[in-house]
Design a protein around this ligand. Structure first.
Ligand code: NAP
Ligand code: GCO
Length: 261
């Protein structure tokens, strides 16, 4: 196999959670271009329908399912339906996620739990349902969407940082437990990416905007497109000996003390 053939996803079935738009949508489009069949879910049917139209606009015939990743029964049913209607999943991207920006002492335990539920329990629940099929097939790729907050904290994101830190370690544990079954589990740690999730931080006049630019050597916000190549790499044969790694796609933030005065 030529080295560039290693990046092909031809014949592979990829489930990207929460991929009606945002980072998940961009990763799914990259996978489709690399030859994969695209399957995605979202909580609301109208978003699934909107997502299907968006994929169609990109020339992609995707398969969409309504499923809340925090609900075990819904996830079980979705994976059974996918296996019956599309086939056994080769690639899983645990992308679905939420954030609540609330000062810790003002955050309720319920609000904390909600973030942990989606951002950490969700990837556990979905991975648990998908791994048996991968073991049957004799191969699998799991990519967990981590974060700068898998390594760093900041005010108001205690639940999100706890979840994404946990997701980093869940990634390493899945890699450890299933590496012997030829399943590679890695993470992508995006920097600050321009999507609906960060829209409040990029609003006109929000000082956070210039703050992030000053903390990023690339001196710009990332785009979902910046994640497409790294995501294809981690889903392809090109990364068959990469396991338990978090690939930070952050323009250099984690290496940089910040622009000197
Ligand atoms: P986004 O624009 O908010 O999209 C998140 C997606 O997840 C939405 O489609 C959302 O659907 C879905 N979702 C939320 N809760 C769900 C649940 N319980 N079950 C199923 N789907 C659910 O976020 P994004 O910026 O694309 O981020 C995607 C992932 O990257 C997240 O895990 C995020 O933490 C991570 N990340 C983002 C950045 C960034 O700067 N944007 C950086 C690092 C990591 P609904 O619309 O129905 O809620
Ligand atoms: C925030 C941002 C970040 C990004 C991302 C950075 O409020 O700090 O939302 O958390 O979403 O996770 O990697």
């Amino acid at each position: 196999m030529g080295v560039m053939d290693q990046f092909s996803l031809k014949g592979k079935i990829a489930l990207i959670t929460g991929a009606s738009y945002g980072i998940g949508f961009a990763i799914a489009c990259a996978y489709a271009e690399a030859g994969a069949t695209i399957v995605f879910n979202d909580i609301k049917d109208e978003l699934v329908q909107q997502g299907l139209k968006e994929y169609e606009n990109e020339g992609i015939k995707a398969f969409g399912y309504v499923c809340d990743v925090t609900k075990e029964e819904q996830v079980k049913d979705m994976v059974i339906k996918i296996e019956q209607e599309v086939g056994i999943i080769d690639i899983l991207v645990n992308n679905a996620g939420i954030i609540k920006r609330i000062p810790m002492c003002e955050m309720s335990a319920e609000q904390f739990r909600q973030v942990i539920d989606v951002d950490l329990n969700g990837p556990f629940i979905v991975s648990k349902e998908v791994i048996p099929g991968m073991m049957k097939k004799g191969h699998g790729k799991i990519i967990n969407i981590c974060s700068m907050m898998s390594e760093l904290g900041r005010e108001t994101v205690s639940a999100y940082a706890a979840a994404k830190g946990g997701l980093k370690m869940l990634t390493k544990n899945i890699a450890s437990e299933f590496g012997g079954s030829n399943i590679q589990c890695n993470g992508i740690g995006p920097g600050y990416i321009a999507t609906p999730q960060t829209a409040p931080l990029r609003e006109e006049g929000n000082p956070f905007n210039s703050f992030i630019i000053s903390k990023t050597p690339a001196a710009r916000w990332g785009t979902p497109e910046d994640l497409m190549g790294p995501a294809v790499f981690l889903a392809s044969d090109a990364s068959n000996f990469v396991n338990g790694h978090i690939l930070y796609v952050d323009g250099g933030i984690l290496s940089y003390i910040g622009k000197q005065p």
